[in-house]
Every structure is written in structure tokens, then in C-alpha cells.
Design a protein around this ligand. Structure first.
Ligand code: CP
Ligand code: NVA
Length: 305
């Protein structure tokens, strides 16, 4: 496959290959550094939204592998505004070797992939966040050795991060439970796809509104912001609805004793997660953020020929 647009586009076997490669690239890096296999290769990073992790981890992944990366801000590209997406895709295809794009409308990253002759990586859209999903799976895999049979619970907004997490869990055989407030459920199409993948792998998908029921028996509790990028005008409304979904010490105590807590970051401490949990013994927030680097190296290596 040429692009990395969605976890759903890959088989369980291919996803496991990404994970195995991420593990070996991480080990290689720890043992003195990665081989410079990307000499003269350049990644263009097109951003329509802000970023810390995605921007820096992709840039550093390219450097560790001997390549380079270009940051293109929303002001510079104006994807679909200053210039059509089809034209941007074809122009960049003549300059660089691979493109990572962070967009609002998911159709825009698909449009880039349609027109580019080089690989496109989805660095987050309003619909999903597959690079995050890969790093999350790597983090869970490192903790437990296998995804199969684990109980993974997402608490909060049924957003882009939840979609990719559901899909990688369902593909790799982990049971996925989601608890959202009414009206903030996951998108139906993404959920139905997840149920299909779970049926194929023999795992389950459980959709709830009660966070307490959702975390019972959880091996992983995952949360994310209540207000994603692009939804800022809804912040106040959401702050009134979501407090029962806060991941705090009391909620964590209702899960398995050794549960780990994950968050894609940026965190809104005191809202979806407390300091006590984010900085406590169950937290894997920073190893998870670090793993973006290695999971994305695996994606880059698989896509750049
Ligand atoms: N988790 C994540 O994608 O972070 P950034 O928005 O900072 O890239
Ligand atoms: N759901 C969040 C994730 C940020 C990495 C957002 O889209 O803003």
C-alpha cells in the first residue's frame, strides 16, 4: 500500500509488521542510533492545525534515519484555499519523497493521496489519527507483550483518536470499550467498521455512556481532550457536559490494579485528566508520546522505497 491514511486500510498481519519494525528500530536507536537509510530523502509536513508531537517526532524520525523534513505551516500552503489540493499534491510530488499532512476535513488527506505520486501519511484529520493509533499500540504492546484479550477503555469524547484506537484494538484482538456522554458518541461508520474488525479477530466492542461500568476490568484507560482542534467554539458547552468523564484517581481505582493510563496529549489537566493521574504510577503518557518517534519511523520505512 502506498499511503498511511487509516488503520482500517491495513490487515492485522501488516499492522503487526509495523509494530515489529517499530520495536526493532527503537532497539537499534537505543543501541547507538539508526542506520542512515534515508540519505537524500525528504518528508514534507503540511499542517492545517497546530502540533508539538507530530511535528517534532516526524522531523526527528527523518533525522535519525539520515533524511530531512520540511515544515509547511497553514499560512504557507493554504491547502485548498491558496491552491487546490490536487495542485499541491502534484507540485510537492516533484520536490520531496513523502508527505505527512494534518488536516481538518478527512476528505482532504484522501484527495492529497489521490493526486500525489508519492506516499501520503495522515498526521490527524477530524475523523482519525492513525499515527497516534500505531504509537498507542506500540506502548500497549511494550507493556503487555500482546494486544490479544486485553481490555482497553476509552473515556470521553468519541473523537478522531478514539476511532484509530478502536480500529487498531479490534484488528489486533483487544476488547474495546468506549464511554461517552450522550450526543458525543463515536461516528457510526467508524464504529461499525470497528465491530466488523473485532468480529474478525474474535474481540469485542462495547459502547456505553457510564464511565464507571466502562473501566471495570480495564487493562488500559485512555482519554483525550473534550474539545478537539476546530471545535473551540463548543468549549464551554463541553466543559459543562464532560466532568463525569474525568479520569481521576477514583475512576482509576475502579479498574484492574495494574491498569495503565494513556492520553495522546496535549492534556487539559484538571479537565479530562487530573495531575494526580497524569503524573502518577499508572500513567504512561510520556513513554506513549516518545513512541510516536519509533512508530512513525516504521511507517516511513514501510512507505519510502
Ligand atoms: N498527540 C498529538 O498528535 O499531538 P500534537 O497535536 O502535538 O501533534
Ligand atoms: N482529539 C485531539 C487530538 C490532538 C492530538 C484533537 O483533534 O484536537
Amino acid at each position: 500500500m502506498k499511503d498511511f491514511i487509516a488503520i482500517a486500510d491495513y490487515s492485522a498481519k501488516e499492522l503487526q509488521e509495523f509494530l515489529d519494525l517499530a520495536v526493532s528500530l527503537k532497539t537499534e536507536w537505543k543501541n547507538g542510533g539508526n542506520k542512515p537509510i534515508f540519505k537524500d530523502k525528504v518528508l514534507a509536513m503540511v499542517f492545517q492545525k497546530p502540533s508539538l508531537r507530530t511535528r517534532v517526532s516526524f522531523d526527528m524520525a527523518m533525522r535519525h534515519l539520515g533524511g530531512d523534513a520540511l515544515y509547511l505551516s497553514p499560512a504557507e500552503i493554504g491547502l485548498g484555499k491558496r491552491e487546490s489540493i490536487a495542485d499541491v499534491a502534484r507540485v510537492l510530488s516533484g520536490y520531496v519523497d513523502i508527505i505527512m499532512a494534518r488536516v481538518f476535513d478527512h476528505a482532504h488527506v484522501e484527495e492529497l493521496a489521490k493526486w500525489a505520486s508519492i506516499p501520503i501519511i495522515n498526521g490527524l484529520s477530524d475523523y482519525n489519527h492513525p499515527c497516534q493509533g500505531m504509537a498507542d499500540a506500540l506502548t500497549i504492546y511494550e507493556e503487555y507483550g500482546d494486544m490479544k484479550g486485553l481490555n482497553i477503555t476509552f473515556v470521553g469524547d468519541g473523537n478522531n483518536v478514539a476511532v484509530s484506537l478502536l480500529h487498531i484494538c479490534a484488528k489486533l484482538g483487544a476488547n474495546f470499550t468506549v464511554a461517552t456522554p450522550k450526543g458525543y458518541e463515536m461516528p457510526v461508520a467508524g464504529l461499525e467498521q470497528g465491530k466488523k474488525f473485532a468480529a474478525e479477530s474474535g474481540s469485542s466492542v462495547n459502547v456505553l455512556n457510564d464511565p464507571h461500568e466502562a473501566v471495570k476490568n480495564a487493562d488500559v484507560i485512555y482519554t483525550d481532550t473534550w474539545t478537539s482542534m476546530g471545535q473551540e467554539e463548543e468549549t464551554k458547552k463541553r466543559q459543562a457536559v464532560f466532568p463525569p468523564y474525568q479520569v481521576n484517581a477514583a475512576l482509576v481505582a475502579e479498574a484492574k490494579e495494574n491498569v495503565i493510563v494513556m492520553h495522546c496529549l496535549p492534556a487539559h489537566r484538571g479537565e479530562e485528566i487530573t495531575d494526580e493521574v497524569a503524573d502518577g504510577p499508572h500513567s504512561r503518557l510520556f513513554p506513549q508520546a516518545h513512541n510516536r518517534l519509533h512508530a512513525q519511523k516504521a511507517i516511513l520505512v514501510k512507505l519510502i522505497q
